[in-house]
Structure formats: structure tokens, C-alpha cells
Design a binder for this molecule. Structure first.
Ligand SMILES: [Zn+2]
Length: 204
């Protein structure tokens, strides 16, 4: 792909063309050229990218700033994480925030993968149905209908249960990556119906 094909009046800094950090993913119907950050690409839908607007402010279509770093993923709308007018500003941002941004992206990617291939839980949609939490997405466990995974658009993940009109987090120690790593241990005690990430001690 080449931005020059669709945006021949745009000037893109050499950094995007010469560095192996970026891959040109400009598309015909976009407002301006865009470049994926090669080191961030998890698959075709999950990666960080940089939009490069026109040098001339008056000719910019989508953004007021020249550059914007955004996060692309399948479960959420594309999210702007940083805007600036000079490559000298966004490189320090990337150095400082790349690991954190990738950590969020990785969590979203992983829960997306699990929800697509796993029988454990399924996406039931936005959290309007679960007003107690500000989650953007809600997943319901198939074998435990009152247990949910809440995922916010910054990649925060936690497990909650809803019993007898009360909503509570299953275990504060199990959030984000730790939760994902221990998903297979999540269970409901057949005696006391306690939901936890380990066997129950109720001796029921
Ligand atoms: Zn028990």
C-alpha cells in the first residue's frame, strides 16, 4: 500500500517511509494517510497507528493536529491516544507509553480471541444491561449465568457476580492479566454457590 496513490498532495515525514517502525496502511476512503506501528501489530484488526494529516492546516479534513496516534481493535471504536504537531513530540510519547498501551491492547486482543473460540463465555453486548458498572462490554459465562466479565475500552478487565439483587466483584486480586491467566480456574461451588478462582473451603 502507498499513501501516494490516494493522497498525492500530502507530505509525509521521511521517518514514516524510511524507518522499519512503520507500515503504510493508507486506504482510499480515509481522510488522510495512516501508518501502522509495526511492533504493535497483533493481527489485522489490533494495532496502534499514526494518522498523518496535511501539512497545511486549512487542508486538513479530519483532525486539527498534524499527527494522531490511535488504537485499533475489534471490540471498540478506534481510540485517539495522543495528538501532536511534530514527530519530535510523538516519539517521546511512544517511548514512554508504548508498553502501557500494548498491555491494554493485548488484554483486549486476548479476551476477543477467547470470546471467539472458547465456550466459557460469550459477548452479550454493551453494559446498558448492567448499569452498576461503567464497562463498555459485558461477557456472560455460559455455565454461570450470573457471572460476568466487564471490559472497559482502556483494556481494564474484571469479573463480577450478580446475586440476590447485589452486584460485587468476585475477587479484587483477579483483574486484568491475572484474571485472564486464571480464567480456567473460575468456578462456582456446588454447595454454597460461592464463585471463586480456587476450590471452595465450605466443606458443604
Ligand atoms: Zn462452597
Amino acid at each position: 500500500m502507498s499513501f501516494e496513490k490516494y493522497f498525492d498532495d500530502y507530505q509525509v515525514p521521511d521517518l514514516f517511509l524510511e524507518s522499519k517502525m512503520f507500515e503504510d496502511i493508507s486506504r482510499k476512503n480515509d481522510a488522510c494517510p495512516s501508518f501502522a506501528l509495526v511492533g504493535s501489530v497483533l493481527d489485522d484488526d489490533h494495532f496502534l497507528k499514526v494518522w498523518v494529516e496535511h501539512k497545511d492546516v486549512d487542508l486538513r479534513e479530519a483532525m486539527t493536529c498534524r499527527f494522531a496516534i490511535t488504537r485499533c481493535c475489534s471490540l471498540f471504536d478506534e481510540k485517539t491516544i495522543f495528538e501532536c504537531n511534530s514527530v519530535h513530540d510523538f516519539l517521546p510519547f511512544l517511548i514512554a507509553h508504548f508498553a502501557g498501551e500494548m498491555s491494554m491492547l493485548n488484554r483486549i486482543f486476548r479476551i476477543y480471541q477467547v470470546s471467539k473460540t472458547n465456550e466459557l463465555f460469550s459477548l452479550i453486548g454493551p453494559s446498558a444491561s448492567y448499569p452498576a458498572c461503567s464497562a463498555e462490554h459485558l461477557f456472560r459465562f455460559l455455565n454461570m449465568p450470573n457471572v460476568f466479565l466487564l471490559l472497559t475500552n482502556d483494556g481494564y478487565l474484571e469479573c463480577r457476580k450478580f446475586t440476590a439483587g447485589e452486584d460485587s466483584e468476585v475477587d479484587r486480586r483477579f483483574r486484568n492479566q491475572v484474571l485472564l491467566d486464571n480464567l480456567k480456574h473460575l468456578q462456582k461451588c456446588l454447595s454454597c454457590e460461592q464463585v471463586s478462582f480456587s476450590s471452595c473451603n465450605c466443606k458443604g
